[in-house]
Design a protein around this ligand. Structure first.
Ligand code: DQA
Length: 146
């Protein structure tokens, strides 16, 4: 069965209570539930992981690569800082879609740069929790990597 890994980085465990004016009131569990509903219809398997550690995110990307899973990645602030996360995507040869709840380009200057975007299939930002759903739909429109 096709696997897609939904990987979330730092502070995203606090969704729902974290700056709701920017990130909305849905929790990570709410986002998981809406993606699972699609996955069941589409007969694919989703794996959800969240970590507040840069190395943990690197390991999660490697693990997706080992099973040839595509990745929906919200690396949070590591998007703007982490060469290690960028290198992990290349090293593990995963197809990743970069997602953000907020429109990072309409926010502070330091959020405009992404280390991940150049090695991602594409970027979806600014649609709140729906950014994840749009990313899943985009992957489902592509033939599986494995
Ligand atoms: C975020 C945007 C990042 O700039 C920020 O550091 C986050 C969340 C988003 O989903 O909008 O943690 O990735």
């Amino acid at each position: 069965m096709r696997q897609i890994h939904v990987l979330n980085g730092p502070n995203l465990n606090l969704l729902g209570k974290r700056e709701p004016g920017i990130y909305g009131t849905k929790t990570l569990e709410d986002i998981e539930a809406s993606l699972q509903a699609i996955a069941q219809r589409e007969h694919i398997q989703l794996v959800f992981r969240q970590t507040n550690f840069e190395g943990g995110l690197v390991t999660h990307i490697h693990e997706a690569g080992e099973v040839m899973a595509d990745v929906i990645l919200n690396a949070g602030a590591y998007t703007h800082t982490s060469v290690a996360v960028r290198d992990a995507i290349k090293a593990a040869k995963v197809r990743a879609i970069e997602v953000h709840l907020s429109n990072v380009h309409a926010r502070e200057e330091f959020r405009h740069h992404s280390y991940i975007a150049p090695v991602a299939i594409g970027v979806i930002a600014g649609f709140g929790a729906n950014s994840y759903v749009l990313a899943l739909r985009a992957l489902l429109d592509m033939p599986p990597a494995a």
